[in-house]
Design a binder for this molecule. Sequence first.
Ligand code: PLP
Length: 415
Amino acid sequence: MVESRRNSENGRDDVSRRIDPSLAIHGGAPVRDTPLPYARQSITDEDIAAVTAALKSDWLTTGPLVAEYETAVAQRVGAKEAVAVSSGTAALHTAFAALGIGAGDEVILPTLTFAATASTVIFQGARPVFADVDPATLLVDPASVEARITPATRAIVSVDYAGQPCDYGQLSELAERKGLAIVDDACHALGASYRGEPIGSITDATAFSTHSVKHIATGEGGVVTTDRSDLASRMRRFRNHGITLDHRERANRGSWHYEIRELGYNYRLTDIQCALGLSQLQKLDLFIERRRAIAARYNKAFKGNETLSPLELAPLSDHVYHLYVVRLNRKRLESDRSDLFAALRAEGIGVNVHYIPVHLQPYYQKEFGTGPGDCPEAERAYQEILTLPMFPAMRDSDVDDVVNALSKVIGAHTA
Ligand SMILES: *Cc1c(COP(=O)(O)O)cnc(C)c1O
């Protein structure tokens, strides 16, 4: 029988619990009675008070808190400008639009990412071109990016996968040499840094998400940061129908007149959401600290494990652990990832997989002629990756449940 040591919140670790060795998926007792999600927001009474105050104010949509939130985000990531938008997807789309990406252009992005990294390129009428990843870190491989550059290439998208910044030394050098822009999809990486420089101030534009599973939550939400004021003003128009002035500016000027010079969308973030964002941002450092402590506890538990290994750390990057991803050693397993996945879910562990390579999705195969073999490292990694639960409110005992469930399930599936 496997013994589980449960750390209660007051630090006692003498409460032991027996773990039923028969798998929950086969009718045994699950490691957890209440399922542990893979991610979860942390909302406090201060957050609720901040939102309540916004609701009682004169502004619900674009009011003073939008500008306040933008200033706070820009300061936090060391960028000159921040433009708040309605989602991380809107942030990426807004960045591509501001850079003038359009029909006939190609944008290179890693295939191991969320759907929105690629779809937002297509929203602008451009073509997504998929690059492979480094098998150790699952970050975009600069050599694979370089091999895909053509005369039509306009931009590179870096994805700071799991919360670990890409190799911006090599990517910036490449972008400069080829005259390309870099858009950082930093939806996993708010608060991270590369060579001590915060993510958000390194590339032409950086897109963050504040969806509830990300580092800070505004419900849905996103923000783009940039040092270029020309891009920032284009982005502010783009999020508001392409209109040159927002309604507060018009009210201040006492004028009804407005102009549309370019197509835009309604990608505005509300004052209500910005109130939550401002309140959450104050806790970002604490959230990151807790995520790192959880990662350290996982790392310690998996040290020397021959069936699974955490992703490697990139030497110059400060990881903020949006995700904690392990890679399974298929040679030592009798069954594949989907069996382990189902067995772990039955034990009450909310494992996940990030991501199915985008170039393998039917839409991309049909519309862009992509397919198996295009990005071999990402395709191999996809068969072996597993995302373990990771969020600031997880207790040490929750981490231990994950570790125990993994050893129970893997034990039942190894030769
Ligand atoms: C979450 C995420 C997005 C999209 O953000 P939304 O706020 O959900 O629109 C884009 N790219 C990556 C890598 C993400 O994780």
